[in-house]
Design a protein around this ligand. Structure first.
Ligand SMILES: *Cc1c(COP(=O)(O)O)cnc(C)c1O
Length: 427
């Protein structure tokens, strides 16, 4: 347990002792008055890795020089370009390389996966999800229900936090399963809540739901690249995540997805199919009958979006170099330090800030969400004007995500100083 201090010298010493502090040099930062800004919104859009240029330029050069021949004869042939990062990606989500791939964008992939994993019967047709899920998740679940002839009123079960609490207890999810598993086809939730920053106990919830015969899918938009995952060992049926939050692959970019090995090579699973899901050895024989790839790639529909995937593989190269365990170790310290600094400033100003993120480091990733009770948007504006990137949610919650790959302890200290000035100005 580190004893933190809210001083510049202490934050700089923490940076000197940080074995991965130099990784921030591998990213481009927006500038504020000629210096790197304090970027705490990697939970919305990760910074651009500098090696993205190299990866993209390679594809552009091959296209320029080879035209269509690039599919087979480029430096990294395009026909199986989507497979190149499977090993690294699988490590990050705790899967077998054969269980993951990349295609489309997140919400689209979740719809495609629900074709396979939301298969209602007259007795088991409900979906369990969390109350106030990310809007896209709510829309997709409700439209899936309607597609199958159900109304959300009759078929959607939302698990709520207890009265006065900001996040869910695992027990509440298990109790909901106990009450409703007999009529439920699918449990589908965000593994890390975008608002509260809570990581759900995916292992326990998955095991419980599977035992009760309910399919389990996780939206890992805020979890992938942010918290340790063991999708395969936990027995998760399916999952998908975007690449542009903690995974730093660029705005709106291609999504990763996972399908458990036990569904590979099975004939009885429905799927929306396309030629890139066809067994690759025979793909170009243009036969009438679909022969699926022997793994998660059977869910691919279109040919690989090579120029979208290139930045993703660039980013994964950096994760490999840093080592995910190192990132998590630093994250615990960095986010812990942010919590400490917020507490020190709250006390100094009698501000009564309220963390809505769990205090237990095991129940959160990089993000902390704070209720600035009594303080309005002027504090937020002061932070923005002084080079802090953060996000504001009504009524007065700020979300802060110091990211271990490119944020420093000094960033956290300097943020605290600017926040403190903002509070002074308000009173
Ligand atoms: C960011 C996010 C999305 C975004 O979905 P896209 O299809 O990539 O636009 C979806 N769900 C959750 C939980 C998110 O946090």
């Amino acid at each position: 347990m580190t004893l933190f201090k809210n001083t510049l010298a202490f934050s700089q010493e923490m940076d000197r002792n940080d074995s991965i502090s130099s990784f921030k040099e591998l990213f481009h930062f927006p500038q504020h008055k000629g210096e790197n800004c304090i970027y705490f919104v990697g939970n919305s859009l990760g910074l651009q890795p500098k090696n993205v240029n190299t990866y993209l330029q390679e594809v552009l050069d091959d296209w320029k020089n080879l035209g269509v021949e690039g599919h087979f004869h480029s430096q990294k042939p395009w026909w199986d370009y989507h497979e190149r990062g499977s090993e690294s990606l699988a490590k990050i989500v705790g899967a077998l390389p054969s269980e993951v791939s990349v295609m489309n964008t997140l919400s689209v992939n979740l719809h495609l996966l629900m074709v396979s994993f939301y298969r209602p019967t007259p007795k088991k047709f409900k979906i369990i999800c969390e109350h106030k899920a990310f809007p896209s998740d709510q829309y997709l679940v409700k439209s899936q229900l309607r597609l199958h002839g159900y109304t959300p009123d009759e078929a959607l079960i939302e698990v709520k936090p207890q009265e006065g609490r900001h996040y869910l207890s695992t027990q509440a999810v298990l109790d909901t399963l106990d009450a409703h598993a007999h009529e439920t086809a699918l449990l589908f939730m965000g593994g890390l809540n975008y608002y509260s920053g809570q990581v759900l106990d995916m292992k326990t919830i998955t095991a419980y739901a599977k035992k009760l015969g309910v399919f389990v899918g996780w939206d890992l938009a805020h979890a992938a690249g942010n918290v340790p995952l063991q999708l395969h060992d936990w027995g998760v049926d399916f999952a998908a995540w975007c690449s542009y939050k903690y995974m730093n692959a660029g705005p709106g970019n291609v999504s990763g997805y996972y399908v458990h090995e036990k569904y590979h090579n099975t004939a009885d699973i429905p799927r929306l199919e396309g030629w890139w899901g066809h067994c690759k050895e025979e793909r170009f024989l243009m036969k009438d009958t679909f022969i699926p790839e022997p793994d998660a790639k059977a869910w691919q529909v279109s040919n690989a979006s090579v120029m979208s995937i290139a930045p993703y593989w660039a980013s994964l190269e950096i994760f490999e170099k840093a080592g995910f365990d190192n990132l998590i170790r630093k994250q615990k310290q960095l986010t812990g330090y942010l919590e400490f600094v917020l507490d020190a400033i709250s006390k100094k100003h009698n501000a009564n800030f309220e963390l809505i993120t769990p205090k237990n480091p095991k129940e959160r990733g990089s993000q902390i969400s704070v209720y600035l009770h009594g303080y309005g948007k002027s504090v937020f504006d002061h932070l923005i004007q002084n080079g802090v990137y953060l996000d504001w949610r009504e009524p007065n919650v700020i979300r802060l995500a110091p990211v271990p790959l490119y944020n420093s302890f000094e960033d956290v200290f300097r943020f605290g100083e600017i926040l403190s000035e903002g509070l002074d100005n308000t009173h």
